[in-house]
Design a protein around this ligand. Structure first.
Ligand code: ZN
Ligand code: ZN
Length: 173
């Protein structure tokens, strides 16, 4: 399986590398990193000052060369009525998206310098693995340590391990 990472906007090289490494190690797949793309016109919602996640998924599906494609962006995303999302994917779809914007938030929800690069990198890895998991047919897992656990805030993200639990792992093989 090839997963193509599609950077949308300014994504730093170390972030792309961490995303790529995480996918390779968890799914044992090939990973390519696409040339950066512009933010899709029309994705911005002026009223919310945020971007529609669906547009990034559509872009990743359209330009990606992989069986699975994931947009990676520093922009703040929302989906339907949720205030924000770390990422979004459709079950068994071939496109998905992860935003690093809110992953830089500290555990108490405020923006701060305390979130070290290391914590940030771990969060990026987990969310990338999580969204690709959905595209491989995995739904949310009740195991709080599993990367497929639903994590609405970074607090839950930080509790998760960067990989699939045994039962999720068996399901994707
Ligand atoms: Zn999810
Ligand atoms: Zn699991």
């Amino acid at each position: 399986m090839l997963v193509d990472i599609v950077p949308v906007g300014e994504v730093p090289a170390p972030v792309k590398r961490q995303a790529s490494d995480a996918l390779q190690s968890v799914y044992d797949c090939d990973v390519s990193v696409h040339e950066p793309r512009e933010i899709p016109s029309g994705a911005y919602d002026e009223g919310r000052s945020q971007y529609r996640a669906e547009e990034f998924i559509e872009l990743a599906s359209r330009v990606g060369r992989g069986e699975k494609n994931i947009a990676l962006t520093p922009e703040d995303l929302f989906y339907r009525r949720r205030n924000y999302v770390f990422g979004l994917a459709y079950l068994d779809g071939n496109g998905s998206v992860v935003s690093t914007y809110r992953l830089q938030t500290s555990s108490d929800g405020g923006f701060s310098e305390r979130g070290s690069d290391e914590i940030f990198g771990d969060r990026v890895r987990k969310e990338i693995v999580h969204e690709i998991g959905h595209t491989l047919g995995l739904e949310h897992c009740d195991n709080k340590r599993c990367v497929m656990n639903f994590s609405p805030t970074v607090r839950e993200v930080d509790v998760k391990e960067p990989h699939l639990c045994g039962s999720c792992s068996r399901r994707v093989r």
